[in-house]
Design a binder for this molecule. Sequence first.
Ligand SMILES: Nc1ncnc2c1ncn2[C@@H]1O[C@H](COP(=O)(O)OP(=O)(O)OP(=O)(O)O)[C@@H](O)[C@H]1O
Ligand SMILES: [Mg+2]
Length: 253
Amino acid sequence: MNPIRSTDLPFEPCPQVIKLQDVCLSIEGKTILNNLSLETKVSRLGVVGRNGSGKSTLSRVLSGLIEIRSGTLEVAGCNPFKDRKAALRNIGLLFQNPDHQIIFPTVIEEIMFGLRQLGQSKKQAQQNALATLVAFGKEHWQDAHISTLSGGQKHLVCLMAIVAMKPNLIILDEPFAGLDIPTKKQLQRYLNAFPGTLVHVSHDPSDLDGYDQLLWIDEGKVVAFGPAQEVLPTYLEEMHRIGDGDDISQLAD
Ligand SMILES: Nc1ncnc2c1ncn2[C@@H]1O[C@H](COP(=O)(O)OP(=O)(O)OP(=O)(O)O)[C@@H](O)[C@H]1O
Ligand SMILES: [Mg+2]
């Protein structure tokens, strides 16, 4: 596998502003995000928290897929829910499960889809999709049927589809869950070369090695937000403390 060089990627490097003020969101009467506020402009932001703490919901909010009930939101220069066009151009979301993301039968069609949504002609979209495949050393994948790809290969297709759209910010919702070590390392290498902002939700602290900042949420609220080297040890200590107890025996209300 050829390592990708950041110079091969058609991006303009620039950390993006993320600003949330008193963001609240409820689903079916249940509060999921509870007065979330933060302001940041870094290249690498990690998001941690327990199962059900609201990380995936936050990822969807940041990419404009769901509307907040109250508060204000600015991500990469736009309100991603209200300004869908700008959000489509600036923000990419990589889902945990590629099957929730992929809709077309072949690799090239899948990569072209987002480009067509950006208003590119069929020819332009085809050229740009191919250029992305070339940049990733995967030109030979263009006519491959997605159903014949492995889980890791599908992840890479999703990542290439996002990268082709040249976003300034990519949100990764547990992108490595279920991947074997080589596939994870390969994807990680591509992501490390991304010069824009990465917002990375992960349960594995080693995924967030070298990250600038960490946001720790619980029950949709900010527990801690700051330099990763300060937040991570406190977070891990608390997770191990809870793990030594037995709160999984508690039933939900
Ligand atoms: N569509 C929905 N309908 C009802 N409840 C939902 C919906 N989406 C999320 N929730 C609830 O919102 C809370 C937060 O869910 P979310 O998926 O954001 O958590 P998470 O931090 O990503 O968890 P995990 O680490 O397990 O992926 C959970 O209590 C979940 O049950
Ligand atoms: Mg989640």
